[in-house]
Design a protein around this ligand. Sequence first.
Ligand SMILES: *[C@@H]1O[C@H](CO)[C@@H](O)[C@H](O)[C@H]1NC(C)=O
Ligand SMILES: *[C@@H]1O[C@H](CO)[C@@H](O)[C@H](O)[C@H]1NC(C)=O
Ligand SMILES: *[C@@H]1O[C@H](CO)[C@@H](O)[C@H](O)[C@H]1NC(C)=O
Ligand SMILES: *[C@@H]1O[C@H](CO)[C@@H](O)[C@H](O)[C@H]1NC(C)=O
Ligand SMILES: *[C@@H]1O[C@H](CO)[C@@H](O)[C@H](O)[C@H]1NC(C)=O
Ligand SMILES: *[C@@H]1O[C@H](CO)[C@@H](O)[C@H](O)[C@H]1NC(C)=O
Ligand SMILES: *[C@@H]1O[C@H](CO)[C@@H](O)[C@H](O)[C@H]1NC(C)=O
Ligand SMILES: *[C@@H]1O[C@H](CO)[C@@H](O)[C@H](O)[C@H]1NC(C)=O
Ligand SMILES: *[C@@H]1O[C@H](CO)[C@@H](O)[C@H](O)[C@H]1NC(C)=O
Length: 797
Amino acid sequence: MKLISNLVALILLPWFLLAHHVHQTSAERSTYIVHMDKSFMPKAFSSHHYWYSSILKSVKSVSQTSFDSDKPEPKLIYTYDNAFHGFSVVISKNELEALKRSPGFISAYADDIITPDTTHSYKFLNLNTATGIWPASNYGKDVIIGVIDTGIWPESPSFKDDGMTEIPARWKGICEVGEEFNSSLCNKKIIGARYFREGIRAANPGVTIPMNSARDIDGHGTHTASIAAGNYVDSVSFFGYAPGTARGVAPRARLAVYKVLWNGGVTSDILAGIDQAVADGVDILSISLSNRNTNLYENPLAIASFGAREKGILVSLSAGNRGSGVRTIRSGIPWGVVVASGTVDRWFSGTLTLGNGKTIIGWSTFPARAAIRNLPLVYNETLSPCNSSSLLSEAPDQSIIICNLTMENTYFDSTMSYLPRSNARAAIIISEDFSILRSNSFPFPGVVISPTQALEVTNYVSSSDAPTATIEFQQTILGTGPRAAPVLSETSSRGPGLSYEGILKPDIMAPGVLILAAYNPHVSGPPIGNNVFLSGDYTLLSGTSMACPHISGVAALLKAAHPDWSPAAIQSAMMTTANPLDNTGQPIREDDNSIATPLGIGSGQVDPNRALDPGLIYDASIQDIANLVCSMNFTREQTQTIIRSSYNCSNPSSDLNYPSFVAVFYSAEEGMMLTKRFVRTVTNVGNGAAIYKYKLEIPVNTTIRIRPQTLVFRKKYEKQSYSLTIRYKADIEIQHRPGSVTWIEQNGNHTVRSPIMVSAGADFSASYIMLLIDNLAVILQVPSFSSNNVSIFLLRT
Ligand SMILES: *[C@@H]1O[C@H](CO)[C@@H](O)[C@H](O)[C@H]1NC(C)=O
Ligand SMILES: *[C@@H]1O[C@H](CO)[C@@H](O)[C@H](O)[C@H]1NC(C)=O
Ligand SMILES: *[C@@H]1O[C@H](CO)[C@@H](O)[C@H](O)[C@H]1NC(C)=O
Ligand SMILES: *[C@@H]1O[C@H](CO)[C@@H](O)[C@H](O)[C@H]1NC(C)=O
Ligand SMILES: *[C@@H]1O[C@H](CO)[C@@H](O)[C@H](O)[C@H]1NC(C)=O
Ligand SMILES: *[C@@H]1O[C@H](CO)[C@@H](O)[C@H](O)[C@H]1NC(C)=O
Ligand SMILES: *[C@@H]1O[C@H](CO)[C@@H](O)[C@H](O)[C@H]1NC(C)=O
Ligand SMILES: *[C@@H]1O[C@H](CO)[C@@H](O)[C@H](O)[C@H]1NC(C)=O
Ligand SMILES: *[C@@H]1O[C@H](CO)[C@@H](O)[C@H](O)[C@H]1NC(C)=O
């Protein structure tokens, strides 16, 4: 590990010393976002793009001074024509002033480059110190989040306890002594740390367990814990990207960690960890794990989560990373909050400047400040697949080469492994694969650009005698980028949940792509070249594992602000206020640009400030959940496994008072008209009397009837019920039909939205076979402890 750090020190220029503030002179250019009134576009222009280009041409001629007369005209980065009209452009202040006088100009503001903004997701979620849920909840003060994961790296600065008050007397947990872990490593932030390995040992007698303690030698648990409740840490970054102050979603909440994963884990250990967490008195359980067993009564997470809910603990679970096919959510526990993962509005970029002065903002997380300045730019179609070492060995010395990864048989990861063996110094990678934007591994200096941007580059190369280019790394852009945010992560698992289709899963979406959070500094991080691995206290990771602790953190804030709310109320508040739209006001999309459905995003992106004041909540008691389990046609034993003997099945009901709706049809019903009636009860948690009316988005070829049409509440905490009846055809041609119902407060500002799905049941598809294959793969992924004795494996997600 020392070796790694030394190599890092040798290879990297100290980017932290170079991180520059932009002192812009009036002739220096930087990126601005410009809003335009398109009604001013003269009829002569066939498209907004030409209009904006022509405006910029005239801006150039008007603004010419002795400083910028030698510059090319300002370069359009993006034009926007859907959510708003306008463009982003690299221009100088002089040019901007000229632009402001153009007809149709509305406003312009600078793009944020290298702003202090780490674990930026809090900002994307509109958490702020002035108003809303942070101050209202005292930042989650005293709420205890139990993290079931790979343990913790207690020395991480995210877990120092500055600003934390004394541990509440109700806390019953301990700081368990173990290998390289003694009780003095806990503090007022990490108030409990325990480890559970007996199951692993029993299944694998004689196995050597590395690090017999709650210490995290993986990094995953450290990362998830710091997302939920990390303390404030100044000046962190991922090798120059995403620089700023790190903080968790609930920076004043406390952490109790339960290490149950040892490079894979077993049921018994997981159950022990959750069981202990419940006994210790956690308020929220954060479980970034998924399991392969689809039977609720054989699923430790489902069973233990029921017990936790019974004790008033909200359980937040990751949906899994097996997207993007439907039914890739393994279990989809009806009494847990199942979290999908989306992108944030942060882009890591490399700026490519061509020898003619044109600038192209590409994507890069190359983790160093490499000096790629005015090197020869080579575009040779023979080389441009960049898909073998021998091919790349022919690249000219000290050149920047162009790799066209839109060609057949070309892959980003393998290209990145061949490039370090070539003589080229850097690469410009043409790709339209958005999944590259989720990778934190970028071992060779380069930028990824789109095929459209590539035209600019190849035009330049073919028109120049000695083409050159310069690339700058470690740039972070907020707000704008190649596309809107959030976008549902392609890998995020989709509903319906395989264990039970009667409750819509996932429930909600949160940031889970390239999230910067604390890490074990001894774990190898991103590579440079093929043999050097960097490491650091903070790293970027992607997955529903990262989305889940965001919801755990928001739940902690809600619990602090509303100590009397049940887990169902907290869940309802998050779901009914979640946003199905992205930051351009359009429906949240999939990676492939199609519109995401509730099977991908649940109710939408969590909106913590709105969740603080949801207006109405759909509450449910543990008896209501038991009644749901009783309706599932399990045997008596299976039912008891989940609900134990505390509850009987005298009143089974599948109509749980849940803040979403799903009507399932089965293959035997093909062609039939079906009717499904739900009854829901909402509690007024607004400040007094209120009247609500509904608005529907009706799924295609479906009718919906709601009674009564108006909900009248005379006072706070009053309950009102309504029925929602869906009439639909069991039609295999349209398997999954999304819709929604929103209760809108009259003369008020609360809106209470629930997604609706009309969905084909699992027997309509062959996905079970896929699942079996999938399961096999999962077992193979667990190298250390797989054995015939262990029936259920849990993998981090
Ligand atoms: C606990 O471990 C830390 C670091 O390993 C060490 O500095 C400290 O003295 C130990 N404390 C006790 C009570 O053993
Ligand atoms: C392109 O690369 C191939 C393989 O190295 C080489 O044979 C060819 O001469 C190059 N073409 C040009 C125009 O440089
Ligand atoms: C990249 O490859 C695609 C597919 O072969 C081709 O259509 C495109 O013109 C190439 N782009 C460049 C810049 O060579
Ligand atoms: C490299 O890419 C080219 C162009 O798509 C393809 O024809 C060739 O088969 C690929 N080679 C390998 C080794 O995959
Ligand atoms: C709703 O309106 C009240 C008062 O008009 C205001 O205090 C509150 O912040 C608003 N809530 C939201 C979510 O806009
Ligand atoms: C449960 O079993 C009963 C009787 O076997 C059957 O009529 C009913 O449709 C089943 N319900 C579900 C949800 O499978
Ligand atoms: C079932 O539970 C309910 C509520 O706790 C109780 O009223 C009822 O008597 C119980 N029935 C049986 C058969 O135990
Ligand atoms: C709705 O139903 C009608 C008549 O059954 C059918 O023609 C139409 O294609 C359906 N719409 C969709 C979107 O499938
Ligand atoms: C399974 O467990 C038994 C004891 O319970 C043990 O003897 C055996 O070696 C285990 N099998 C494997 C493959 O680990």
